[in-house]
Design a protein around this ligand. Structure first.
Ligand SMILES: *Cc1c(COP(=O)(O)O)cnc(C)c1O
Length: 388
């Protein structure tokens, strides 16, 4: 773990200066870094509309910064919708991107001015037609995110190719505007070729609708899935973009509209959770594996360590000067045995760590605050600070 693979010394200093005397645990998010990631993505995909997936970090600070940059927003519930509108963002910039929604939610969103909805089921489509008449709808297709995504989205969302076609035909019959096709390749997707597989499915839906039903779709919504920088090396966003643009050009000769729905890749690297070691212990005199318990855990910020899937880089100033290290288990503070972040993944930390020392969890800006429990064991949700 090399700190300078993650932050320039200037960026780190900014975070350090801020964090120095605040009681842990808390998350610090550097908004300039969010801006940088947004610009980088937009420059890599100049033709795309970027719909930030609000669930990754729904704070007004992040939403407003992205709004200033021209971002659009993907919401999954009426609560997220209220949040985005409440932060001063126009409903015209919002897409309702959850296939699972009540009729009342569709009506509420429509009344607020949202006219863009995803669907993957006939019953949902009928509700949209009834409560959000004439809206634009796009259909989500199933894509196997396989074993190459660190946080897969499974079969919960999307439908097969034939059903996607049928739903778009039905949308037209119901007076809606059949707009296009979406997919999500799985979050933290390490294999860019999954987009190629997905775009082949999209093409089949486009072609069949055009040739057999006279419906010309316009939108390709290529979802999220772009990576944040955790422990493992990742390809650059420019690499991803170049290849995905090639896949689009291979399949689509006419003009299309491209949406992206990044969450993790925009905010992940911008956050650092500052934590403190509460206890260091061994399970027996013979066992040399230290257990390090910190004041953050699965329930107050680090839920994506479940199954040890997301592997956050962990930094302590004691790592400098090649200090001797040894194996550790890392666990949170609550009375629940699932509150263990890493037991199988081999993390090593300096041997001279003491109780009270700080541990910094890097790249924790995404899916941390929004996932923290309300008061399990009395622990409050993760406090968060935003650096302008
Ligand atoms: C969660 C989600 C996203 C964001 O995914 P990331 O992998 O964080 O980029 C985008 N679109 C939809 C529909 C989602 O549910």
């Amino acid at each position: 773990m090399q700190l300078n693979n993650y932050y320039s010394s200037q960026q780190w200093q900014k975070i350090q200066d801020f964090a120095a005397h605040k009681p842990s645990p808390f998350l610090v998010v550097d908004l300039d870094r969010v801006e940088f990631k947004y610009q980088e993505l937009q420059q890599s995909f100049p033709m795309a509309h970027i719909f930030y997936a609000v669930k990754a970090n729904p704070s007004c600070e992040v939403l407003r910064r992205l709004d200033q940059l021209g971002s659009y927003f993907d919401v999954a519930s009426v609560y997220e919708l209220d949040r985005v509108i409440g932060c001063g963002i126009s409903p015209e910039r919002i897409s309702f991107g959850n296939t699972i929604k009540k009729a009342a939610d569709v009506k509420y969103a429509y009344d607020q001015g949202v006219h863009l909805f995803v669907t993957d089921a006939q019953a949902d489509l009928e509700q949209i037609a009834q409560f959000a008449p004439k809206s634009r709808v796009f259909v989500r297709v199933l894509v196997e995110s396989g074993t190459t995504s660190d946080w897969p989205l499974s079969r919960k969302f999307g439908c097969d190719t034939q059903m996607a076609i049928d739903l778009m035909v039905k949308a037209k019959q119901l007076g809606l505007q059949p707009y296009g096709v979406s997919f999500h390749v799985g979050s933290q997707q390490n294999d860019v070729t999954v987009w190629r597989t997905a775009l082949k499915i999209v093409k089949e839906v486009f072609d069949t609708l055009e040739q057999q039903h006279g419906i010309q779709l316009e939108l390709i919504n290529a979802g999220g899935g772009f990576p944040a920088q955790y422990l493992a090396e990742i390809d650059t966003i420019q690499d991803y973009a170049q290849r995905i643009k090639n896949y689009i050009n291979e399949n689509f000769q006419r003009k299309i509209t491209l949406f992206l729905e990044p969450g993790r890749s925009l905010v992940g690297d911008a956050g650092v959770i500052v934590s403190e070691i509460v206890l260091i212990s061994n399970k027996s005199e013979q066992d040399d594996k230290r257990w390090i318990y910190t004041d953050v855990g699965v329930f107050n910020g680090l839920i994506e360590t479940l199954g040890e899937m997301i592997k956050y880089p962990i930094y302590t100033p004691k790592m400098q000067n090649n200090a001797p290290k040894s194996n550790v288990v890392l666990a949170g503070p609550t009375c629940d045995s699932t509150d263990i972040m890493y037991e199988k993944v081999p993390y090593q930390l300096p041997q001279d760590l003491k109780m009270g020392d700080r541990l910094y969890w890097l790249s924790t800006g995404a899916y941390t605050t929004s996932y923290a429990s309300v008061e399990f064991n009395g622990y409050p949700p993760l406090r968060t600070f935003y650096l302008e």
